[in-house]
Design a binder for this molecule. Structure first.
Ligand code: NIG
Ligand code: FE
Length: 388
């Protein structure tokens, strides 16, 4: 059974060969979907009839959002910590241990229910691909079950055993790094596509991070790094040195970090929900874009620093606070995320790509930033199947 999405006022393809400008915009368009893939894109006037028709009623259609950075496997929340921050306390990442304790105490069913709730919430807001990290288990058994549960919801799973040193290893961090590099990695790798490290003062330094990421790479995992979030540091340069798919956060960069990213295939993934929720200065997206660095936007959804699943919210923040144009932000939240996951079948609408799309309740992609906080997702089409 095929599906024709018809009467599209503005179609963002992200393929400049198909339409106007960097977003490859086609006006008065239609998209034919067959077996979960895009079969044809063109002017609505030339569309052939299909088994099923979805009338976009002149609205804009964009590729589904690719949220390339989320921590969805956790228990409990940290609303009081958020309230304390909004009353003036600083974010240090110390609350991660609170979530580790709650996650270890939770049942598999509780963890699964949380991931399911957040995945559904994200889908309703147009997210068709989501990366999910472990990192609140920090024991072999708890990291493995976090990844197993994440795998029930996405292929893009990331082993983040090196989130922080857990309390039982505080006075012997080298032993924890040994555990992560040995037994934990061996058990986690079959359930993960990626490995990640929180490379930051108070978490893992450059030597520990390099050791962990290098053995992860040797085990066949792709590399991504939590880098330069809370202060300047070696994370971004390490990510580039290891050929990481993505350096995430990139909030505190010096010229050498920007130069390293500019000469590399590493995407800078910016997570403005974290700066919003920790009341911190935003990363300078304009500086990165002007240096021709590929930029992605993601939610960083987690109970501590950024409890949002909303990619439209991140787009609005990136435009208002980080110097991005609406077009750059929409690209970063779709094609940018796909590049950060080294995927060519998503984040773009062209024949052969996955039929992942958002029908907006708006005539143009500009409205995602122009109408902040408004639910503008009318339908999410995921693998060719419309949500409503
Ligand atoms: O990406 N920076 C490290 N990890 C998360 C925060 C986790 C937490 O506070 O629970 C982040 O912001
Ligand atoms: Fe994160």
């Amino acid at each position: 059974m095929n599906l024709l999405i018809d009467n599209i006022g503005e179609l963002v393809t992200n393929d400049p060969a198909l339409g106007r400008g960097p977003l490859g915009i086609v006006q008065r368009a239609a998209v034919l979907v067959e077996e979960g893939q895009i079969a044809w894109i063109g002017r609505a006037a030339y569309a052939q009839p299909a088994d099923r028709r979805l009338d976009a009623e002149g609205a804009a259609v964009i590729p589904g959002f690719v949220d390339s950075h989320a921590h969805l496997v956790f228990a409990g929340d940290r609303a009081p910590e958020f309230a304390a921050r909004m009353a003036g306390e600083a974010y240090t990442g110390g609350g991660i241990r609170t979530t580790v304790a709650a996650t270890r105490a939770a049942s598999d069913d509780d963890l699964r229910a949380t991931v399911e709730r957040l995945r559904r919430e994200a889908l309703r807001q147009g997210t068709t691909t989501i990366e999910i990290k472990s990192g609140y288990g920090l024991s072999v058994a708890d990291e493995v079950r976090s990844l197993r549960i994440a795998r029930e919801f996405t292929e893009e799973t990331t082993f983040l055993g090196a989130h922080v040193v857990p309390p039982e290893y505080t006075d012997r961090p080298d032993d924890y790094v040994g555990l992560v590099c040995g037994p934990m990695l061996r058990s986690a790798a079959p359930h993960a596509r990626w490995i990640d490290v929180f490379c930051e003062r108070g978490a893992f330094d450059a030597d520990h991070s390099r050791a962990i990421l290098t053995v992860g790479q040797a085990a066949g995992l792709g590399v991504r790094v939590h880098a330069n979030q809370l202060g300047p540091g070696p994370g971004v340069r390490l990510a580039v040195e290891l050929g990481a798919a993505s350096a995430d956060h990139c909030t505190h960069l010096d010229d050498s970090d920007v130069d390293a990213l500019a000469g590399s295939s590493t995407v800078a993934t910016l997570l403005p929900g974290a700066e919003f929720s920790t009341r911190s200065a935003y990363p300078d997206a304009r500086r990165l874009l002007d240096a021709r660095v590929a930029v992605a936007l993601a939610t960083d959804c987690n109970p501590g620093s950024s409890y949002t699943t909303s990619m439209p919210f991140c787009i609005a923040l990136a435009v208002r606070e980080m110097g991005m144009t609406p077009a750059e932000a929409v690209w970063a939240a779709t094609a940018g995320g796909a590049r950060a996951l080294r995927r060519t079948d998503i984040g773009v609408l062209r024949p052969g790509a996955r039929a992942d799309m958002v029908v907006l309740d708006a005539p143009s992609h500009l409205h995602l930033a122009y109408r902040p906080g408004v639910p503008l997702v009318r339908h999410t089409v995921h693998n060719g199947v419309p949500s409503r």
